[in-house]
Design a protein around this ligand. Structure first.
Ligand code: GAR
Length: 213
């Protein structure tokens, strides 16, 4: 009997360039199947990308909920209609409640634009420049209740160049994001990397670190 393709629900808030990379990879490899894209912002540009790709989309506007708990409960109800194997945050700019995170623990994945544990939170590229680091990058990790923590699935790095601004760094990091997120999700979906009692086991077959110009 053939195993079914792992299913994925993707949460977004905005542009959706990582979503686009994840869609392309799914089309090219069939490593996972995207069953829905959900945005907390009605005008997120990523929704149009998802629709063009023929995916189910939904909007759950967080401003219509009186508390973080109420929003997260409604979001979980919506997600659970799809029974996804994986829940993937792709630029989903909401802090999630502990209850929500625990409901999807071990199958909730995020991408963060820094080399965690350095520079959690917002404005990571500005934080990196202010700290004077010489290398910077991106992390794919499993989500735990502590913000921007959790077992690291993959990282990619680049050199900070003289004259870099938050914008130039962001653009180069984003190109790395598009390379590592699909690969990391495939490795999780295939079981090549597994979460065992909150720790990751297994390795990616490609080098974990990419140094690019
Ligand atoms: C990406 O850079 C992603 O790493 C970041 O938001 C951007 C979304 O861009 N996520 C976070 O900062 C989460 N803490 P996209 O909508 O084009 O994928």
């Amino acid at each position: 009997m053939q195993n079914s393709t792992p299913s994925v629900v993707i949460l977004i808030s905005g542009r959706g360039s990582n979503l686009n990379a994840l869609i392309d990879h799914a089309k090219q490899t069939g490593a996972y199947q995207i069953c829905a894209v959900i945005s907390n912002r009605p005008n997120a540009a990523g929704l149009a990308l998802a629709k063009t790709a023929g995916l189910d989309t939904a909007v759950l506007d967080h401003t219509e909920y009186e508390s973080r708990e109420a929003f997260d409960a409604a979001l979980a109800d919506l997600i659970d209609e799809y029974q996804p194997d994986w829940l993937v945050l792709a630029g989903f700019m909401r802090v999630l409640t502990e209850g929500f995170v625990n409901r999807y623990l071990g199958r909730l994945v995020n991408i963060h634009p820094s080399l965690l544990p350095a520079f959690p939170g917002l404005k990571t590229h500005q934080q990196a420049l202010e700290a004077g680091v010489r290398v910077h990058g991106v992390t794919v990790h499993l989500v735990t209740p502590e913000l921007d923590h959790g077992p690291i699935v993959d990282q990619a790095m680049l050199l900070v160049l003289p004259g870099d601004t938050p914008e130039t760094l962001a653009a180069r990091v984003l190109a790395l994001e598009h390379q590592i997120y699909p690969r990391a999700l495939s490795a999780l979906a295939s079981g090549q990397i597994k979460s065992v009692n909150g720790r990751l086991e297994g390795t990616l077959t490609l080098p974990l670190i990419h140094a690019i110009k």
